[in-house]
Structures are given as C-alpha cells and as structure tokens.
Design a binder for this molecule. Structure first.
Ligand code: BGP
Length: 461
C-alpha cells in the first residue's frame, strides 16, 4: 500500500438538507430562500427544477444510510434545515422535524457512521430573510436559539458540530454576484452579512461550550488558494488581497479569533466597516473553532488589474485584482472549474504553518459531471473512472501533507448521492451513488462508490 492513512481516518461524504431531503413544502417545514426564490423565478434554475423533491432523503434515509455503510463510510456530514426545525425561523419548533432528525441520527449511529452535523448550509428561512437575513442582529439571535435547540435535542449522539458551511458563499451569491436570493448588489451589506455570520458562529460556539456536551464544534470553509500570474509585485499584491478578502476574512476570526489587520485597514480606507456592537469582538476572540472543515474544488488565479474599474459601477472585490486564465490549465468542462490537485496540499500546509496546525479534515472535494447516464454499462453501473482518478490524485496530496505533519483527520467527498445543486439543479452529478430521476430516483452505486469501499477498508490505496 503506497498511501496508508492514519488510524481512524474519517472516510465518508457530505451533503446538505435543501439539496437532498425533499418534502420542502410539507411536514411542517417553513419556506426557506430557495423554496421562495424558485416559486418566484423558476427560470433561474437549470431546466426549471426546484427544491421541492430533490433526492427524497426525507423518505429514503434508511435505504441511503444502508448504502453509506455498504460503501465504507465511517462518517457522514448532513445539515439540519433551520426552516424545518423552526418554520418561522424562531418560536415554535416543528415536532416532525425533531422526529425526522432523531431517526436519521439514530440510523447513522446504528450503522456505525458517525454523524457530523452542520447547522447552516445556504438555507435561510424566508421569514428571517424578510427581516434582513444575516444583515440583521435579530436573525443572529434567532440562529443562536435554533443552534442551541439542536445541541440540546441531538447533542447526546452528535459529537461533531459545524456552525456554517462556506459562509462566504451566501455573501457572494446574495449580495455581490447574483446567484443566491436576495440577489442584491451591495458591498456594504455584503460586509455586514459576512461580519454577522462570523459573530453568529462565535455565539453558537459559546452556547455549545456552555452546555458542556464534550463534543467538538467547528466551521467549514471553502479555502481557495490564490495564485498570482507571476512574481511581478503587482500580481503578488493582487493575489494577497484576494486571499485576504476570500480566505482570511473567515479563516482568521474562526481559528485565531481576530480579523486580518490588512482587511480592517482596507475596509476602513474604502469606507465599508460594518457596524460592530460593544462586546462582539470579545465574543469572537473567546470562541474559536475546535475543528476546521476544508472544502476544496478549484484554485483562484489572479493578476493585477488590466483596467481601472468603472467609477460609477458598484464597488466589488475585483476592484483589486482580475481573474487570470492560465494557459494549459486542466479543466472540468462540465462545471467550468479548474482541477489543480496540489491546491489541497498548499491549503493544508498553510493551515499547519500559520493556523497552529489545528485539527482539520477535507469536508468537501469532488467532481460534478453532466450526462453521467452515458457511462452506465450493461450491468447498470456508472463507470466514473474520471471521479476515481480525481479523488485519488487529491488524496495523494492530502497524504503528502499528513506525512509532513499536517493534522488532517479525514476526507469527505462531495457528495454521497447525486443531488440538487442550487441554481444548477440536477445538471452536474457528484455522487458515489447515482440517483436516476427517470426511474423514481432509483439509487445505484457507481464504480467510484465500490472503489471507495476498498479504500476505506484498507485505510488507503
Ligand atoms: C459547494 C457547496 C455544496 C455543493 C458544491 C458543488 O460550494 O457547499 O453545497 O453544491 O459546492 O457545487 P455546485 O453545486 O455549484 O456544482
């Protein structure tokens, strides 16, 4: 075995509530921004497919958890739907939601698959969005109440919690680049939303610690290494700014309890400091994460700006850099994302060297491919050799980082079974298990799932 991983390595996958559960408008669940946006503008979603049914995990979780076990999972990350737990975002809790998550957690534990539970995966209850979403302090308080309720209800069995998944994505999607509801373009609001999200994470961590449940609590960040086009000082400066804005903005406060000084001075200089209440900074400082989830799909390549930005245009982060399209880059043409396997190693070494070698794991990595049905062979198995190669090449770099001392505890693929990917709906498939939408969402294990079983059993490859 060339790549043996540390004993007890977490082999599994990750998923989210809105993308898998279905039963979106029934069983006591309230609407979230996805249900609402789809109702309003279905044309924004690939083939006009919305989140009502997705992959029906709500009804089929037993079958799905059995499949997880079958392909060698010892852990699985799901998210709890805030609007299923609290149809109005706060107030009365939905008993059917409690029952559902209790059953899922029990089923996972019985199958020997440790549940990793994330509290927020892009899915703001619409009632909370209507009062400002993450830009509102009232929503931060409601989130902490929701998180505390979950700790109390499920914390006896769940020992790995996460406050947020990729918190910068709702900032980008909802307040800068128009790919999440509320589709605003407002840098000042984006900064406030980002800041309040960090505060909500620290407050949830504080609440968790006060309960004394002896588990771990962390955050999941999409850390996208920023590579400059060249070593020209202007390119290097551009890449540093991109790193500060997109990575360190969340990584530093989450792990170190403080914001990067360069980010603070940039926001001050440009006149975009968020409103900070008395005591906030102390809360953020005192409540850092125990565990860091790293999502990695693609690198960010940048260069110095070619042209001055439109002085009348909205203020955007790319005022400080341009994206750089590197000739000869390896692409996943379906998703339009570059594949650069060494990126995962660079992230892990950075975390080791500059973030106290905090305990971490790969919480998402994966390859979305369109039209996978064409790879189904006569026996009915999707021959996704490209996915096996993708995972293997990334795992080699994860392994190398571990050899060099990085504190990496596991690898979760995005995702367990094909699911609904936001505005891309079911365009690209990511799963170890295929979901055949033509055949009542029939599940079948892909070649990569069978391969993963062996990797997990052998603890390497
Ligand atoms: C991550 C999200 C996931 C998932 C994945 C794939 O950013 O955490 O929810 O969707 O990306 O991306 P996409 O669905 O856009 O193809």
């Amino acid at each position: 075995m060339q790549h043996l991983f540390p004993k007890g390595f977490w082999w599994g996958s990750s998923a989210s509530a809105t993308q898998t559960e279905g039963a979106a408008n029934i069983e006591g669940k309230g609407q979230n921004i996805w249900d609402y946006w789809y109702e309003k503008e279905p044309n924004r979603f690939f083939n006009r497919v919305g989140p009502e049914n997705t992959s029906q995990f709500y009804y089929r979780y037993k079958e799905d958890i059995a499949l997880m076990k079958e392909i060698g999972h010892n852990s699985f990350r799901l998210s709890i739907s805030w609007s299923r737990m609290f149809p109005n975002g706060k107030g009365k809790v939905n008993d059917k939601a409690i029952e559902f998550y209790n059953c899922v957690i029990d089923e996972l534990v019985a199958a020997g698959v440790e549940p990793f539970v994330n509290l927020y995966h892009f899915d703001m209850p619409i009632t909370m969005q209507n009062i400002g979403g993450w830009s509102s302090r009232e929503v931060v308080d409601a989130y902490v109440e929701y998180a505390t309720t979950c700790f109390k209800l499920f914390g006896d069995r769940v020992k790995k919690w996460f406050t947020h998944n990729e918190p910068i994505v709702p900032v980008e999607g909802g307040y800068l680049y128009d790919f999440h509801y509320p589709n605003e373009v407002d840098f000042g609001k984006a900064v406030q939303v980002g800041y309040n999200t960090i505060l909500s994470s620290a407050k949830a961590i504080q609440a968790y610690k006060e309960l004394g449940q002896h588990g771990k609590i962390g955050i999941i960040l999409n850390l996208t290494p920023s590579y400059p086009r060249s070593q020209h000082p202007a390119d290097v400066k551009a890449s540093k700014l991109a790193d500060i804005i997109f990575n360190r903005s969340f990584l530093d406060p989450s792990v170190k309890g403080e914001f990067p000084a360069e980010l603070v001075s940039l926001l001050k200089k440009e006149g975009y400091m968020p409103t900070i209440d008395e005591g906030d900074i102390d809360i953020i400082k005192a409540n850092t994460v125990d565990l860091l989830g790293v999502n990695y799909y693609q690198p960010r390549r940048v260069k110095a700006k070619e042209h001055l930005p439109n002085p009348e245009g909205p203020f955007m982060p790319n005022r400080f850099f341009d994206n750089y399209v590197m000739p000869g880059r390896k692409m996943n043409p379906h998703r339009g994302w570059e594949i650069y396997e060494k990126g995962v190693y660079d992230i892990l070494i950075n975390v080791k060297e500059n973030y106290g070698n905090i305990e971490c794991f790969i919480s998402e990595n994966g390859m979305g491919v369109e039209g996978e049905e064409r790879f189904r062979d006569k026996s009915g198995i999707i021959q996704d050799d490209y996915r096996i190669e993708f995972i293997e090449e990334h795992l080699k770099w994860v392994h190398k980082a571990i050899q060099e001392g990085a504190n990496v505890k596991g690898y979760h693929l995005w995702t367990f079974m094909d699911n609904w990917s936001w505005t891309n709906a079911y365009k690209n498939r990511y799963g170890f298990v295929s979901v055949n939408l033509e055949k009542d969402a029939e599940r079948s294990i892909k070649k990569s799932g069978q391969w993963f079983k062996k990797v997990s059993e052998n603890n390497g490859f």
